[in-house]
Ligand binder design. Structure first.
Ligand code: AMP
Ligand code: MN
Ligand code: MN
Ligand code: MN
Length: 254
């Protein structure tokens, strides 16, 4: 079976519509696909409708990637198999959405003070139906020639502690695990290899995550070296966490 438990659509910072993502998953012979947009499940109904038109089986897992704060780090927690019709859960995600909007506005205020006005409106114009993310702001900074490539937007302006970074009041990890669990889902630490923290801190993160009822962690990522995958798989065993596999797909070259 081909399984991908971490993908994005244009309801957050992915480039494909849910229908296009479903078509692509069929072309790639995927059997199980979780859609995990940043702090929203809004893409799922379109995805299910698109799947209903297909004659090949594809299990769609309703998912979400919740942003949390932990000791200054922004840690992403995947919720897999959540009930996206749960009204309480949707109210909670709406709070995250509000935090996202306020954070983007504050970041763009800082960019304005750096001499770059109107970034917020230009970023918002790219968002369409979904959540605003730093990826949208980064895209505008590239298009306006303020930075020369996407990554540079983070290293110079909107990455952790850079000139236009804003330290937002995201929920903590325990709250995210609670929201996901109460919506019937499993909580999974997203891309634990990407947080730029020492192994000692990563272990502390996983220990606390397990302690508050977390279920799993991602153990692989495209282009990850085998030694790193082995290290993550060993950590999953050490902390008795289930292992998840996902591509973190955003668009065809990523
Ligand atoms: P956020 O609004 O913080 O959830 O940012 C969403 C997206 O920004 C992530 O999914 C990545 O695609 C991108 N991103 C975040 N940090 C970086 C980084 N340091 N370099 C490149 N892309 C990043
Ligand atoms: Mn993203
Ligand atoms: Mn993420
Ligand atoms: Mn992701």
């Amino acid at each position: 079976m081909k399984i991908d438990l971490h993908t994005h659509t244009y309801f957050s910072d992915g480039h494909l519509s849910p229908s296009e993502l479903i078509m692509r998953a069929h072309n790639q012979q995927i059997d199980v696909l979780a859609i995990t947009d940043h702090d929203t499940t809004a893409g799922l109904s379109e995805a299910r409708a698109a799947q209903a038109e297909q004659n090949r089986t594809l299990d769609i897992i309703s998912g979400v990637e919740i942003t949390t704060r932990w000791h200054g780090f922004e840690i992403h927690i995947l919720g897999l198999n959540v009930d996206d019709t749960d009204a309480n859960f949707q109210e909670r995600l709406a709070l995250q959405s509000k935090t996202r909007t306020e954070r983007a506005q504050k970041m763009c205020d800082k960019l304005e003070r750096c001499g770059y006005p109107d970034v917020y409106d230009k970023a918002l114009a790219k968002v369409g139906k979904g959540q605003i993310t730093r990826a949208h702001i980064a895209q505008v900074l590239v298009e306006e020639g303020i930075v020369s490539h996407f990554q540079q937007a983070f290293t110079q302006y909107i990455g952790k502690d850079k000139r236009a970074y804003v330290n937002s009041q995201w929920i903590d990890i325990a709250t995210a695990v609670q929201w996901i669990t109460e919506a019937g889902g499993k909580a999974v630490v997203a891309h634990p290899g990407h947080y730029d923290m020492k192994t000692k801190w990563l272990k502390r993160l996983l220990a606390e995550f397990k302690e508050v009822g977390g279920h799993g962690m991602e153990v692989t990522h495209p282009n990850m070296q085998l030694t790193k995958k082995t290290m993550l798989a060993n950590l999953a065993k050490e902390f008795s966490l289930m292992a998840a596999v996902g591509s973190d797909f955003h668009f065809p070259s990523r």
